[in-house]
Write a protein that binds this ligand. Structure first.
Ligand SMILES: *Cc1c(COP(=O)(O)O)cnc(C)c1O
Length: 465
């Protein structure tokens, strides 16, 4: 080893060992954490010690003390929220990103990261069937990817309305009317709040949670002026996709900007058999997705895709005396995302895509949906269990009679720890939600999930009966 690597080597070897131990524990461990953050406060808290600690000891300490408070989110038996695991190539690439320590805002300064991220961005556009001229930016997550699309939309809509947003700000500006399906993700409201655009008008949804285009048309017709419409690829409870072709046609008729929140659903476009789900989505103006969900790269990685690069770069870019702007290339990364300094978070995306290939991505996404279907099919056969949604993507919502029973089953499943699933509320009912988003979930895990839910239900029933 060279002298330059010497100060790092013991700590990195320790980290590699602990990482392998952690990954090795995933197939067998209780999925939920064994302690609370409060329990761990004594191990990590207290006054900052005056003296330091050798790097490898710091790593050993962290690994040992954190272990009981970790949740097996990267396990194939984790079905909570929509979380996603981590592909081996993506995890290892993420380590390299940290070691490289490239401040990835400028093409001129970090050409390797720029080239890797630009390639990953182009692959994504091809894979998802989105316009090749669109700008791709790597954000912390889908919240910020959606926010980025909204910021571009705000700039374009204000500019077209004759308002100089950069100079005047929002005071006295024309109002932008925002519309989103009743079952949108809450982070749409959050992005609008960051941008000072207010709460969106809720558009009624159908029994699967899909926005109803005729309702959108009715609401848009109530007034005139700049409008921003949010559609969703992948409903959290049903996995359903808004009817893009019809909804976008309506939005266009009213001159609205259309943004699609496809945090985990945009990836359906990579699967030829799922073409009907995402049909027409390429006609939108901007899209937000996560790489840390369905693609399975480590946190934090969202992806913002915006067709109107002038609007995007006007909203996100900046010029200073000390930044060296990209002369003739596709533009600097910092012009496409909220951050200036950031890690090369697109590198694990490149690694994930390269390790899978086009067919591998399709197989991964298809596999998640197949596992969800299988779980739904098998649980549907258990008397007393209701599958509340047709399963054509990765999400299953289950009910067990009354709300109290559903809550008791959810608590039992989590306590048993063989799998982990979220409790939620949908369509006025408590539900147990199964979300399949890990590449490693296999038929054994599906069997474990089915057994865990059925036996929790049986146990709750025998207690109450
Ligand atoms: C997860 C999710 C978000 C938010 O994404 P983050 O990566 O947590 O910021 C937004 N919309 C939908 C549909 C999601 O599933």
């Amino acid at each position: 080893m060279s002298a330059g690597a010497e100060p790092y080597s013991a700590a990195l070897s320790a980290a590699a060992g602990h990482a392998a131990d952690w990954l090795g524990s995933l197939p067998g461990r209780h999925v939920g954490p064994g302690v609370t953050a409060h329990d761990l406060a004594k191990d990590f808290g207290g006054p900052l010690p005056d003296g330091g600690m050798p790097a490898a000891d710091v790593v050993d300490y962290l690994a040992a003390k954190a272990e009981p408070g970790l949740m097996a989110m990267p396990s194939g038996r984790f079905f909570g929220w929509v979380i996603g695991g981590t592909l081996p190539a993506a995890l290892a690439a993420d380590w390299l990103v940290s070691a490289w320590d490239q401040n990835s805002g400028m093409r001129y300064a970090t050409p390797a990261i720029a080239a890797i991220e630009e390639a990953a961005g182009n692959w994504l556009l091809q894979l998802l069937g989105l316009p090749e001229e669109a700008d791709v930016g790597f954000t912390t997550g889908a919240t910020m990817a959606n926010f980025t699309g909204m910021a571009a939309a705000r700039w374009r809509l204000m500019t077209d309305a004759g308002w100089d947003l950069d100079r005047e700000g929002l005071s006295g500006a024309p109002r932008i009317r925002c519309f989103a399906g009743q079952e949108r993700h809450e982070t749409i409201d959050l992005g609008l709040r960051y941008l000072g655009l207010g709460r969106p008008t809720a558009v009624a949804a159908d029994d699967r949670g899909r926005l109803i285009p005729a309702e959108l048309d009715r609401l848009l017709s109530e007034d005139t002026g700049p409008a921003l419409v949010f559609l969703q690829a992948g409903n959290l409870h049903s996995g359903a996709f808004d009817p893009f072709a019809d909804a976008i046609r309506v939005a266009r008729r009213h001159g609205a900007w259309v943004h699609i929140d496809g945090a985990f659903g945009l990836w359906a476009a990579a699967v030829p058999e799922f073409a009907s789900l995402t049909e027409g989505m390429e006609a939108a103006d901007s899209w937000g997705t996560d790489a840390h969900k369905t693609l399975n790269v480590p946190y934090d990685c969202g992806i913002s895709i915006v067709r109107d690069s002038v609007a995007l770069r006007s909203a996100m870019g900046l010029t200073t005396s000390y930044l060296v702007p990209d002369a003739e290339g596709p533009g600097d990364p910092f012009q496409k995302v909220p951050e200036l300094s950031r890690r090369g978070r697109g590198v694990p995306v490149w690694a994930a895509l390269r390790s899978l290939g086009r067919e591998g991505v399709a197989a991964q996404v298809r596999g998640l949906a197949e596992a969800a279907s299988l779980i739904a099919e098998r649980l549907d056969q258990v008397e007393g269990i209701e599958v509340l949604n047709p399963v054509d993507y990765t999400q299953v919502s289950l009910a067990f009679g009354d709300d109290a029973t559903t809550r008791a089953v959810t608590a039992r499943v989590i306590e048993d720890g063989k799998v982990w699933m979220s409790g939620s509320r949908w369509k006025g009912r408590d539900v147990l939600r199964v979300s399949v988003s890990n590449w490693s979930t296999d038929t054994d895990d599906v069997g474990t999930a089915v057994d865990a839910v059925s036996s929790a239900f049986a146990a709750v029933r025998s207690q109450s009966g």
